[in-house]
Design a protein around this ligand. Structure first.
Ligand code: HEM
Ligand SMILES: N[C@@H](CC(=O)c1ccccc1NC=O)C(=O)O
Length: 268
């Protein structure tokens, strides 16, 4: 009988090995000796892990919507919204870092920037953004380039929602169900007429619709909190990524993910 010895060559699964902590906990590599750089790295890594989880959940959400599975869609959306609350709240932790503390290691960041977050761009693409400029920071054969391109070629969350509504018996024009999903969706009056009807029926589909509004609002909240953090930390300095900084970020603030869901509010 071969009994494995703890720590031996065929060691039993442990907390450390299961969670690959040897990799995770050696991945914090500050470039300066400044105390606060560790917080900056850890916060961003935690963000990227949550982005990964949100992408995973949105994939499931789309499959649930396309199968017409309302209860599972609702549960999945609630999970995404809860994660979003956590990542927005996390900004409070980073805001305990003062401008002077950030400035002490900022030059060591060189030209790196949140601009280059491939997972954030993939998230935007799943939520409907169709903008090849998002690919600019990536080499054509890189993982991020591939993933963002793939996401921009698949149906968006809103496309999946329209399919779900059609399946539930709502009169979504077939030109929308068969649209070229690689192009930007900008809203449509016929779809908005259906949405007014959906809200009138006040059943499963209207619950899903409102959770999508929560998601849209949640992402806008993140953008707002991020801009405020940027304003208080670097003021009007331009960004390491080459943008105008806060002035650029403010231009992204009121961009709705699901324009039709906002367009109908005054008719409900
Ligand atoms: C002290 C903290 C932070 C500062 C001063 C800051 C600053 C900036 C600036 C100036 C930009 C514009 C791009 C550029 O020119 O660099 C930007 C973009 C971005 N940042 Fe941050 N950031 C901070 C923290 C974070 C955190 C914690 C995240 C979480 C992942 C994040 C994610 C992003 C993303 C995704 C963008 C691109 C936004 C877009 O283009 O819509 N940032 N940030
Ligand atoms: N863009 C920021 C630097 C920054 O925040 C950053 C740098 C590297 C990796 C992630 C970052 N976070 C968000 O942009 C700046 O201009 O100070």
């Amino acid at each position: 009988m071969t009994e494995s010895v703890p720590g031996g060559p065929s060691a039993a699964l442990t907390y450390t090995s299961y969670l690959a902590l040897d990799e995770v906990l050696t991945a914090q590599r500050p470039r300066s000796d400044e105390h606060d750089e560790m917080l900056f790295i850890v916060i961003h890594q935690v963000y990227e892990l949550w982005f990964k989880q949100i992408l995973h959940e949105l994939g499931l959400l789309q499959r649930c919507l396309e199968k017409g599975d309302a209860p599972h869609s609702v549960r999945t959306l609630r999970r995404v919204l809860t994660i979003l609350k956590v990542v927005v709240a996390q900004i409070d932790v980073l805001e305990t870092m003062t401008p002077r503390q950030f400035t002490s290691f900022r030059t060591r960041l060189d030209a790196s920037s949140g601009f280059q977050s491939g997972q954030f761009r993939e998230l935007e693409a799943m939520l409907g953004r169709r903008d090849r400029r998002m690919l600019a920071p990536y080499a054509r054969d890189s993982e991020s380039y591939e993933r963002i391109t793939a996401a921009m070629s698949r149906p968006t969350v809103f496309d999946s929602f329209l399919r779900y509504l059609a399946d539930a018996g709502y009169d979504i024009p077939s030109r929308h169900l068969e649209r070229d999903v690689r192009t930007q969706w900008t809203g449509d009056e016929d779809v908005q007429r259906v949405l007014v009807q959906v809200y009138g029926d006040d059943s499963g589909p209207s619950t899903v619709a409102d959770l999508l509004v929560d998601l849209d609002e949640g992402l806008q909240e993140w953008r707002y909190r991020h801009v405020k953090m940027v304003e208080r930390t670097i003021g009007t300095k331009s960004g390491t990524g080459g943008s105008a900084g806060a002035a650029y970020l403010r231009t992204t603030l009121f961009h709705a993910i699901f324009p039709d869901l906002w367009a109908v509010r005054s008719r409900l």
